[in-house]
Design a protein around this ligand. Structure first.
Ligand code: SF4
Ligand code: SF4
Ligand code: SF4
Length: 214
């Protein structure tokens, strides 16, 4: 059994929905796992013959469809691209509204508005616009930590914001180092982060500040 597993969605091979370089991000995270000797940490925390749920799981998805299931991985990434409107170029054709599955774009007459709380930053509207009126604004990776299945399943918690690759690399490094230093036998990343965050009375994003720098 693999001690660490990095699963990348097929965005790495050219899925039209992919935002960001999925293969590149997966490779970069593999590099972090080697650098932090994560496989050795897995073996140590498993205390002998590691079982499937001792495995450290990483998942990278190119869009919110999340085909590699980052929500149930110890550490997951989802590509993100928030549209930026250039109103002077918009002809009010409505193609972007049609393309948005979240009803996050509204056309009132010829005025287009974005409802930010509905937007999943999938970038579909940007690809749908033939007039250059929507371009990629804020972009990067959504970072999810601590997802798991097993006896006590839970979905990963998402860190605020959209992060550049180097920041999520640093975040993963921080997590593995923390796990190595204070992780208990068989403790999963989600449980570890919850416990340490509570014990130190430090919110998760601050606990991971070493990696999640603004
Ligand atoms: S997660 Fe998105 S980009 Fe990746 S394979 Fe699925 S649909 Fe394509
Ligand atoms: S697709 Fe482009 S031109 Fe058409 S309404 Fe949307 S932003 Fe405007
Ligand atoms: S990025 Fe995706 S969710 Fe956001 S407005 Fe565009 S199509 Fe809708």
């Amino acid at each position: 059994m693999e001690l660490v597993r990095v699963r990348a969605c097929r965005g790495a091979e050219g899925c039209p929905h992919a935002v960001g370089d999925v293969a590149g991000a997966a490779e970069a995270l593999r590099g972090v796992l080697v650098k932090t000797r994560a496989a050795e940490v897995v073996r140590e925390k498993a205390g002998g013959l590691p079982r499937v749920h001792d495995q450290l799981t990483i998942a990278v998805s190119g869009c919110p469809n999340a085909c590699s299931q980052p929500q149930i991985a110890d550490f997951g990434l989802i590509g993100a691209e928030v549209p930026q409107l250039h109103a002077e170029a918009c002809v009010g054709c409505g193609a972007c509204v049609e393309a948005c599955r979240e009803a996050a774009l509204e056309l009132h007459g010829s005025a287009l508005t974005l409802v930010p709380e509905r937007c999943l930053a999938c970038g579909a509207c940007i690809r749908a616009c033939d007039y250059g009126a929507l371009t990629a604004g804020e972009s990067g990776w959504r970072a999810l930590v601590g997802g798991r299945l097993g006896r006590h399943p839970r979905l990963a918690q998402e860190l605020d914001g959209y992060h550049p690759l180097e920041r999520v690399e640093a975040t993963l490094e921080t997590i593995v180092e923390l796990w190595s230093a204070v992780g208990r036998p068989h403790e999963r990343i989600g449980a570890l982060l919850e416990r340490v965050s509570e014990d130190r009375d430090v919110p998760l994003h601050e606990l991971l500040r070493g990696g999640v720098r603004s």
